[in-house]
Ligand binder design. Structure first.
Ligand SMILES: Cc1cc2nc3c(=O)[nH]c(=O)nc-3n(C[C@H](O)[C@H](O)[C@H](O)COP(=O)(O)OP(=O)(O)OC[C@H]3O[C@@H](n4cnc5c(N)ncnc54)[C@H](O)[C@@H]3O)c2cc1C
Length: 394
């Protein structure tokens, strides 16, 4: 499988596999239990160059393609889907958004520090009215002199420990035009606050919680892209992020399958090897087949993405299908562990919980299927209402 990978991609995957086994696996249960990625692992990730993987070399990264990012993230997720999931926001979504929308000054200001992990980043869109339903969002930047004032609050912001936040919100110009922009807010900005994070079912390697803006001053150089359209004009970043996110789902299911195979080979029941029982072998084989199908879909799509020929809606197809399928696989595999799978001490039920969190985070499966349906039916792979940008003259 994946016989088309280049030598460089294979070498990177091997290095990531070793890093995951040696550096991530020993912390995996602790991350899940304590709901935080230990600073020493973040330091090792920085040393390994993980933070700069997808950032162009001129801004301090290694500038690998999306396929390579997926290969690395899949390996990390086999050990800790939670750690891998935390990284995708940091290493793909945020820097790629800055790379696509930013001025040279903004890129020089943000990307080198992101590449070294010196300043962690977060991406905040979701609000109580629905994450994707941007028409319902109330966080808004209103004109103030030569800049803006930002008020409102967001939900479910992953990386509550971040220093730099990319905030999608409603915007207005001083001539009354309205749109949906992308703003840079720094943790130390006056009026910005991060609420205590909430405990969650899975994806516990990073904290996720509400953030709020009370009259936060936004200077013109803190606006990414066009003030009226920046919030939804970085689709390439969203797509690359979805693919890397889906790679964590594949790695999650594969990690649990690997552990389950080891367990079944050792376990004896009713005086015989557990693997001889029906439906044990059937479920293991079915899991392998489903994960292989998901992997084939993911990397076929990622390769097309890197070549610039990905079919519209395919990132959403991957997110919906692979997220749901790998969650089903994890549920069945966990069953084979009997009571020991329910106990935290075996360190396997976290895979099922992480797989479920991944079906919701970055957009619920149904929402991604709605995007795909819009593409199939109307030729538009989007949920963004066409009337979100309004000119005062209209
Ligand atoms: C662990 C975690 C981390 C997250 N991190 C971030 C983050 O860093 N930044 C951020 O902005 N957001 C983040 N989110 C929010 C996440 O993107 C949303 O939770 C997700 O998109 C679902 O939106 P919602 O919670 O508003 O659910 P709703 O929009 O209320 O949807 C509820 C349910 O309705 C169904 N549904 C929704 N839309 C449709 C549709 N179009 N068609 C059919 N059915 C639909 C689905 O079953 C969905 O689960 C995170 C969420 C989680 C769980």
């Amino acid at each position: 499988m994946l016989d088309w990978l280049t030598d460089e991609q294979r070498a990177l995957r091997d290095m990531a596999e070793t890093f995951a086994r040696k550096e991530v696996e020993p912390f995996a249960n602790q991350i899940d239990r304590d709901e935080v990625t230990p600073p020493e692992l973040l330091a090792k990730a920085a040393e390994f160059g993980l933070f700069g993987l997808y950032i162009p070399p001129e801004y301090g990264g290694s500038g690998v393609d999306a396929t390579s990012v997926c290969l690395v993230v899949e390996e990390l997720a086999k050990a800790s889907p939670s750690f891998a999931g935390m990284l995708t926001v940091q290493i793909v979504l945020c820097p790629k958004t800055v790379e696509l929308l930013g001025t040279e000054e903004q890129k020089q200001r943000i990307l080198p520090k992101s590449a070294t992990g010196e300043r962690l980043m977060a991406y905040s869109q979701s609000e109580p009215g629905g994450a994707a339903n941007v028409a319902s969002h109330i966080t808004r930047a209103m004109p103030d002199g030569n800049g803006w004032r930002l008020d409102g609050s967001k939900l479910y912001c992953t990386q509550g420990t971040a220093q730099t936040y990319l905030v999608m919100c409603k915007t207005r110009t001083n001539v009354g035009d309205e749109g949906y922009g992308c703003l840079i807010v720094e943790r130390e900005d006056e009026g910005f606050s991060v609420a205590p994070y909430e405990h969650k079912l899975g994806w516990r390697g990073t904290n996720t919680g509400p953030i709020a803006f009370d009259n936060v001053r936004i200077d013109p150089d803190d606006v990414l892209g066009d003030i009226l359209t920046g919030g939804f004009s970085h689709r390439e970043a969203n797509q690359a992020n979805l693919l890397s996110h889906v790679a964590t789902s594949v790695g999650c299911a594969q990690g649990l399958l690997d552990k389950t195979l080891d367990y079944v080979k050792e376990r004896r029941l009713y005086g015989k090897d557990m693997g001889e029982l029906q439906p044990v072998g059937y479920w293991l084989a079915e899991a392998h087949a489903k994960i292989s199908a998901c992997r084939a879909l993911l990397y076929d799509t990622a390769r097309a993405f890197d070549k610039g020929v990905m079919e519209a809606g395919m990132a959403s197809a991957c997110k919906g299908y692979i997220g749901d399928t790998t969650f089903d696989v994890c549920c069945k595999l966990l069953q084979l562990w009997g009571g020991s799978g329910i106990m935290d001490s075996t360190g396997v039920n976290r895979y099922m919980r992480d797989a479920k969190a991944k079906c919701i985070a970055e957009g619920a499966s149904e929402m991604h299927y709605a995007i795909l349906a819009n593409q199939l039916l109307y030729g538009k792979p989007t949920l963004v209402p066409a009337n979100i940008v309004k000119t005062a003259a209209a």
